[in-house]
Design a protein around this ligand. Structure first.
Ligand SMILES: Nc1ncnc2c1ncn2[C@@H]1O[C@H](COP(=O)(O)OP(=O)(O)OP(=O)(O)O)[C@@H](O)[C@H]1O
Ligand SMILES: [Mg+2]
Length: 311
């Protein structure tokens, strides 16, 4: 059984009158790559800061790796790392020197520090740039350095706040690959905050959606897709060589077929129970050929919109 590593209970934060995080109940498990998704101003950064023990909640509680975020915030900062939104670097120092400084701050002894820095600069693809001043770095390179810095203390969990913001597609892919690899190969638990749906879909298995400080859904992307499919049943997508109004009408008339949507040569057949054989037979009878048949998949975008409409 996976162990919870983050648990929040009714976690709430006000900035004066502004409710930034509203009774958040969230569990993240050890080894997970958890996506924390929400539009601008929805409370992602505030949540991360509270979980790192960097700002106190107005009410509610939370633990990270078993430590209380208020009473044991020092312990949390030992076992958890944060890559802040818009992390800063010492521009006139090299990548290695930046890391060495962070390593010292974390009390890592010199020999281990040196070994770890080498290992991490390699892991984020910066080994060739180890002795280049950070002022020469692109945004993507800086972000990779930021990830390496977070990992120098071997955290159990890393919080990444919008790690790919402002990067070009290549830079985004590099960051994503690094994070996926760290999760898979090193078992690093990742709490990945982003407002970019597509990206979270590419990276994370389970996601939480936050809006106006409230968690409106948490589940695997797969399950959320099922929920968004709405009513019981499933939707099959067909791609055909020919679609006529008669064919559509006849499929609609099949008992157990709830609705049929047409987009050119593509049909989305929503069924209350499995009627795929009857649908296939009807198509064949109309001398059309099935080029493709598969369950309809919803993008995170669809899921997001659906939840936003309903929440
Ligand atoms: N230090 C602060 N003082 C006052 N209000 C704040 C402060 N930080 C955040 N807020 C407000 O709290 C709410 C949540 O902000 P937060 O930065 O946590 O959202 P976010 O999801 O990280 O947004 P973004 O995607 O823009 O980074 C917003 O209404 C914001 O204006
Ligand atoms: Mg933010």
């Amino acid at each position: 059984m996976p162990q919870p590593i983050v648990e929040t209970r009714e976690l709430t934060k006000y900035y004066g009158e502004v409710k930034a995080v509203d009774h958040l109940n969230l569990t993240v498990y050890e080894g997970e790559l958890f996506g924390f998704l929400g539009p601008n101003g929805s409370g992602k950064t505030t949540t991360l800061l509270m979980l790192m023990g960097l700002t106190v909640p107005t009410s509610g509680t939370a633990t990270v790796a078993g430590y209380d975020i208020v009473k044991e915030s020092r312990e949390i900062r030992r076992v958890a790392g944060l890559l802040p939104e818009g992390a800063g670097y010492y521009e006139d120092l090299t990548a290695r020197q930046n890391m060495d400084y962070i390593g010292q701050l974390n009390g890592i002894p010199k020999p281990e520090r040196e070994r770890r820095i080498k290992e991490l600069l390699e892991a984020v693809g910066l080994e060739r740039w180890a002795d280049t001043k950070v002022e020469k770095f692109s945004r993507g390179m800086k972000q990779r350095l930021g990830i390496a810095e977070v990992l120098i203390k071997r955290p159990k969990i890393a919080f990444f706040d919008e790690p790919t913001i402002g990067l070009d597609p290549q830079g985004v892919k590099e960051i994503r690959d690094i994070i996926l690899r760290l999760n898979r190969e090193e078992g690093l638990t990742v709490f990945y905050s982003s407002h970019l749906l597509y990206e979270v879909q590419q990276t994370c298995r389970r996601v939480g959606f936050i809006r106006d400080g409230r968690l409106i859904a948490t589940d695997t992307i797969e399950n959320l897709s099922k929920k968004v499919a709405g009513v019981e049943g499933k939707t099959l997508e067909f791609e055909l060589t020919e679609v006529t109004p008669e064919l559509v009408a006849e499929i609609k008339a099949i008992d157990g077929v709830a609705s049929v949507e047409q987009e050119g040569l593509r049909l989305y057949v929503h069924m209350e129970r499995d009627r795929s054989r009857e649908v296939s037979e009807t198509i064949t009878k109309h001398s059309s050929v099935i080029l493709l048949m598969r369950p309809r998949e919803y993008s995170l975008e669809d899921i997001f919109l659906k939840y936003y409409e309903e929440a």
